[in-house]
Design a binder for this molecule. Sequence first.
Ligand code: BEZ
Ligand code: MG
Length: 572
Amino acid sequence: MNQNQHDSDAQVMRLYEQLVEIEQRLIPTGLHVFGRPSELKEKADLLRMVASFDRPEHSVRALPGLVAEALGIDGYDALLQEAAASETKDLIDSIVLEAVRQFCQEGTDSAVELLNSRANVDCEKSLPVFLMLGNIAAQLDSNNEIESLLRALRGEYIEPGPGADIVQNPGVLPTGRNTHAVNPYAVPSQMAFARAKLTADALLRRHFEEHGRYPRALALVLWGLDNIKTQGEGVAQALHLLGVRPVRDALNRATEIEIIPLEDLNRPRIDVVMTVSGIFRDLFAPTMALLDKAVRRVAALDEPFEMNYVRRNVSEKIDLDGEEFDDAVTRVFSNAPGSYGTNVNFMVMQSEWETGDSLGDLFVTRKCFAYTCDSKGRTIEGREARDLMDHALSQVEATYQNIDSFEVGITDVDHYFEYLGGISKAVEKRAQARPAIYLSDSLSPQAKIRSLEETIRLETRAKTLNPKWYEGMLNHGFRGVAEIENHVANTFGWSATADAVDPWIYTDIAKTFLLDSAMLNRLQELNPHSLRSLIKRLLEAHDRGFWNPDEEILERLRDIVGDPENQPEEVA
Ligand code: BEZ
Ligand code: MG
C-alpha cells in the first residue's frame, strides 16, 4: 500500500468514527413536559445507557460486557477505552440495542431469550439486568410530579430522593420528589475517584499529545449540581491532577488527603486553579477546605520542580514578588459570599461588550474571592484576592470542565460559556496566550476528552442542525423556536468568549432555519420574536467578525428582519 492510499484510508476511518460518534450521541428529542411520563423511544435510549454500566450496588453487570464475555471477546474494557470504532464494538452495540428494544416491546423473558440465542449470554446473568430495567421502566411510567407539586403547595411533606442523572443513579426515580443534595463529607465517593482517574489521565494525555508536555497549570470549573450528580467526579479529577487521594477519618468523612508518591504517579503534579460556582460554595464548604488542603500539602512537598508544578509556581511567586506562602498557594476561588454567577452570559446575551478582554475581566471581578485558610488553620471564606487570581491564571495553559450529562450540553444553556468561556478569556489576557480548552464526556463508559472546538461541532451536528432534535423541539410550538434560538445564542457565546465556532456552523444554521422558506414560515408562525432574535444574533456574529458569509446570505437575513411582513406584532 503506498503512502497516499494509507493516508486516505486513515482519513476515511476518521470520518467513519466521527459519523458513528454523532449517530450514537444520545440527545433529548423534546422538552420534558411537567407531569407527563417519557415515551417508549426515549425510554429505550435511556435504558440502554443505564444498562451500559456495571451496577455493583444491584449486583448487575453491564450488558455490553456480558455480551462481549459470552462471545469470547477478551479485553473488552480495554477496547472500550480505545478511541477507534471497530466492528467488534459495533457488533456488541447492535446486540445490546436489539435486546433493549425487545425488552421495551416484549418484556423481560423475551429479552433474556434473545440475548441467549443471539450471543449465548447466560440467562442467569442477564436476568438481573432486565429486572433492574423493569423497575426503572415502571418508575419512568409513574409520574407524580403534578400530585407532588399540589401536595407541596398544600404544605405537605414531600419524600426526598437523591439528586443525580438517571444514568448515573437510577435511584433518582420516581421524579416528583424533593431532591436532597449530598453529604459533602462523602465527596468524592470511591466510584467517583476511580472514574476521575481515567478522565484526568485522558486529559493530560491529550494535552501531552497536542503540546508535547503537560500543562504547567490548569484552570478547572467546578459546579455544585454536577458534583452532586456524580458524587464529586470534578473534585476527584482535581485531586488526581494534583497527585493526591482523599482519606476518610474515623467518622468516614473525606477530610484528609494522602500524597500519591511520584513513583506511582509517573508524571508531574499539575497545578490547578479552581473556580467554583456559588452553588458549589454553598453546598460543599468541607470539600473546598479539602481541595485547599491538597494544594497546600502538594506545594510544601520536597520534590523537584519538574515533577511538582504546584511547588514550582508557588516558589517562583514567593521568590519573585516576596509573596507569603499562604497567599502564593491560594487556588480555590468563587464569588463573594451571597453572590452567584459571572454575569458574562448577561453581557453576551445583551450584546453589551466591546472586547473579549472585558468578558474575562468581568469573570475575574466576580470570581476572585479566595476560600482558603492560613498557616494556623484559620478559615478564610471569601476574601477578595484579585491579584492572587490574576497571577494564578497567568500560569495557566489549559482550561477544563467535566460534562456529566447528555441532557445539558455546552450549547443548551448559557452557563458553560459564562464559566469555561469566561475563565478561558481571563487566562488569555493574563497568560498572554489562548489556553487549550478541553471538556470531558464523563458520561460515556469511555472517558473521552474533546477540545472545545470538537465539542461545539459535535453538539451542533447532534442537536442544533439535527432534524431529530429541532423537530422534537418544534413539536412544542413557540417554546421550541425559543430553544433553537437559545442554542444559536449559546453557540455565539463560544465565539464571544473563545472564538471557537467554525464559520460553517453559522452558515448551516442560516441555511437550515432561514434560507429554507418553508422552515422560515413555520418559525415565523410559531414565534416571530425568537426568530428575529436568532437572525439578529447571526448578524451580530458577522458584525463582530466571527462569520463572513456571502453577501447574498447577509442581504437575505437583513431583508427578513427589515420586512414589515416579518415584524412581530406589538402587544398593546
Ligand atoms: C451549579 O450547579 O453550580 C451551577 C448550576 C447552574 C449554573 C451554574 C452553576
Ligand atoms: Mg436564555
